[in-house]
Design a protein around this ligand. Structure first.
Ligand SMILES: Cc1cc2nc3c(=O)[nH]c(=O)nc-3n(C[C@H](O)[C@H](O)[C@H](O)COP(=O)(O)OP(=O)(O)OC[C@H]3O[C@@H](n4cnc5c(N)ncnc54)[C@H](O)[C@@H]3O)c2cc1C
Length: 396
């Protein structure tokens, strides 16, 4: 097999040593650890920000938007949507998706200025929060109030809206993905209408909008379930693979990522998770030059329309390639294995499934397509990538 990487073994060892040192520094640390601060995006009173090129964290997606809007509040967002009724737009969070969810021929909207806690309800143990809030910023604010999210992904720089949009998850045998902590949300559709939805008010929209790929409207607020603050202790150990895979790791600490990479992740039914990961490992071993650790996580099922965790509990298997190195094997070599095990791709990570394969794995996709069409008949929120994921031939 061709070896395309350019690194020598020496930098790989140094990299592994650095990351082990980082892990040791964090051992025993308290939650939450804020990995990176939100991006500063201009300061215009009208919400317009300097136009600049955009690229995602992994540098696999780049484009030049027509303009950047960074609204100061929801009213300004609605005003602009109505003032420019034909403009194509895409929302951006922290730009941490590996797929082409953000690039558009139109403008970018960032909710970086709609950040922070709005209200805490201690009786219901919920928090109302602006959708542009970064996960780590929320986790710290909750921590100060003696509260916490029950589960977080392995980094915490994502915006809440961005993370929900792709069904971002952490790990835990009994812990669902973070969109399952949402008990209410507020969304502005392209006609400037505001939809407050939850299990009782517009329940169908609620279940569709919790994992929306940014295709239904702009989410401005969430109400999230929270729990009392807790400590999480990080442990690092070596163990034979078979015994390690037989046990569950209950929680995950969000930590910064010093080195950039490209990633693919599939979610497979829990019953076949170990078998699948063993096949993935055997395939990676044959490539010889793959040195990134793989992530094997547990996610409890939920019922959002586009959740990858519908119909039971899942194992998530994520494989990485260092930025700048060849990464085609993530889809060409590993994709067929995940497909054979009934895997559903993470919406924010590399995969090559087209609409029909996705519809076979995501049974509510046709319902989502119909809802998207009714909320955004002009297809203002559609981009090239979304058109490969869903049927949109009837866009007016
Ligand atoms: C280093 C790294 C570690 C990661 N770790 C994990 C992990 O542990 N678990 C996991 O599941 N994933 C993980 N991911 C993937 C990441 O969590 C998802 O791709 C997530 O969607 C990124 O959030 P973001 O804020 O960067 O959103 P972006 O990538 O900027 O956008 C994602 C989607 O959200 C939409 N969106 C943004 N704001 C709004 C809004 N206000 N209203 C409607 N739609 C909106 C966008 O249009 C887009 O479709 C990781 C990614 C990286 C790079």
């Amino acid at each position: 097999m061709k070896n395309d990487h350019t690194m020598t073994n020496q930098p790989r060892r140094e990299w592994l040593k650095q990351n082990a040192a980082l892990g040791a520094a964090l051992a025993g640390g308290a939650l939450p650890a804020l990995a990176q601060a939100p991006t500063k995006t201009g300061n215009s009173a009208s919400g317009a920000a300097p136009v600049r090129a955009w690229q995602n964290w992994a540098k696999t997606e780049q484009f030049q938007p027509k303009s950047w809007w960074v609204p100061n509040n929801e009213a300004e967002l609605i005003q602009r949507l109505r003032a420019q009724p034909a403009e194509a737009i895409r929302c951006v969070g922290a730009g941490h998706s590996f797929t082409g969810l953000v690039p558009t021929e139109g403008s970018i909207v960032s909710l970086d200025r709609l950040s922070g806690i709005i209200h805490v309800d201690r009786q219901a143990m919920t928090v109302r929060v602006h959708a542009g809030t970064r996960i780590g910023v929320l986790a710290r604010a909750l921590h100060e109030q003696g509260l916490a999210l029950s589960n977080q992904p392995d980094i915490d720089v994502q915006s809440l809206a961005g993370a929900m949009a792709t069904a971002t998850h952490g790990t835990g045998m009994t812990l669902p993905a973070i969109h399952d902590q949402v008990v209410g949300l507020r969304m502005v559709t392209m006609d400037g209408q505001v939809h407050e939805c939850d299990h009782k008010r517009e329940p169908e929209l609620f279940d569709a909008a919790r994992v929306s790929l940014g295709a239904l409207g702009i989410i401005t607020e969430f109400t999230l379930k929270v729990r009392p603050r807790f400590m999480l202790k990080r442990r690092i150990w070596l163990e034979p693979l078979d015994t390690l895979l037989a046990r569950a790791v209950p929680k995950l600490l969000s930590t910064p990522r010093a080195m950039h990479f490209t990633e693919s992740e599939f979610h497979v039914p829990r019953a076949v998770g170990i078998k699948c990961v063993k096949e993935v490992l055997a395939t990676l071993e044959r490539r010889n030059e793959v040195f990134y650790p793989i992530e094997f996580r547990y996610v409890k099922g939920d019922n959002a329309w586009l959740t990858p965790f519908a119909g039971g509990d899942y194992c998530s298997i994520a494989c990485h390639a260092k930025q700048g190195e060849e990464y085609g094997y993530l889809t060409s070599d590993l994709g067929p294995i995940f497909r054979r095990y009934g895997g559903r791709p993470h919406w924010g990570k590399l995969h090559d499934l087209g609409r029909d394969e996705l519809a076979a794995r995501y049974p509510r996709l046709p319902d989502f397509e119909r809802l998207r069409q009714s909320l955004d008949p002009q297809g203002r929120l559609l981009n090239k990538h979304l058109k490969t994921l869903m049927r949109v031939s009837d866009v007016s």
